[in-house]
Ligand binder design. Structure first.
Ligand code: IPE
Ligand code: IPE
Ligand code: MG
Length: 243
């Protein structure tokens, strides 16, 4: 099937899963029901990405700025996260999914940290899709933590290269996101992967996260296939006279 072809398929897909609250509000329901449905969709989209041969799926689940939300919403989100990280273990093991987390997890409640750590360790040698949750994640915070770690490592200024700097980020060693998808009609990054997205392609859709499905994912991938990534160089295909 063409859509399953690895040709021009993004290797690393990152999704800003936005619109859970509005999805619930549209039904006259409390926001948490939107988050619950959003979590269900994480499962569906993880399977979809795995089936399509994606290597890394990074999901923005809770931002550094989301700590400013009402305590009740935060604690319910933490409960959902805990349930998810435990319940999905069987599926992760069965499907060879490697679970990872980026962000300042030290800010998460200790019982959540423990559950995440156990799931990460349990799946560490799985060889399939890397499923990475961005939790308590902020791009600026990540960059500052990297700068501090570089200072602590006493790096000489000549060693401060883009390549070395990347090694101090939470995404150390990973390919950068080829495609970043944001749902719910917002046209911004909201502090997501601001270093790593320097040359990412973007796909925005009005669909709210709980409604985002396989067909939309395929539409995003089809769109991606049509993009010409130049990385600042001259596009010799589009301008053959320069070849
Ligand atoms: C995204 O949905 C999930 C989180 C930020 C945890 P929102 O909760 O931001 O939903 P909206 O944007 O209010 O609809
Ligand atoms: C971004 O969504 C964070 C996540 C999806 C986890 P927000 O809803 O927090 O972003 P803003 O506030 O609309 O920029
Ligand atoms: Mg939102």
């Amino acid at each position: 099937m063409e859509s399953n072809s690895p040709k021009n398929l993004p290797r690393h897909v990152a999704i800003i899963m936005d619109g859970n609250g509005r999805w619930a509000a549209a039904r006259g329901w409390p926001r948490i029901l939107g988050h619950r449905e959003g979590a269900r969709n994480v499962r569906r989209m993880t399977t979809a990405c795995q089936d399509r041969g994606i290597k890394i799926l990074t999901l923005y689940a809770f931002s550094a700025e989301n700590w400013t939300r009402p305590t009740r919403e935060i604690s319910m989100l933490m409960q959902l996260l805990k349930i998810y990280a435990v319940r999905e273990r069987t599926t992760f093991m069965k499907n060879q999914i490697r679970f990872q987390v980026i962000g300042d997890t030290s800010k998460l409640p200790s019982e959540i940290q423990k559950v995440l750590k156990d799931t990460i360790e349990m799946t560490a040698s799985n060889k399939g899709l890397i499923l990475q949750l961005a939790l308590s994640y902020g791009g600026r915070d990540e960059i500052l933590r990297a700068v501090k770690a570089m200072i602590d490592a006493k790096l000489e200024s000549e060693a401060v290269t883009e390549e070395n700097f990347s090694k101090f980020l939470d995404t150390s060693g990973q390919i950068e996101p080829d495609l970043i998808i944001r749902t719910s009609g917002e046209l911004r990054l909201s502090n997501f992967l601001i270093w790593q997205s320097a040359y990412s392609e973007f796909y925005f859709t009005d669909t709210l996260w709980p409604d985002f499905n396989e067909a939309e994912l395929d539409a995003a991938f089809a769109d991606f296939r049509g993009r010409q990534r130049r990385f600042g160089a001259v596009d010799l295909i589009a301008k053959p006279h320069l070849n």
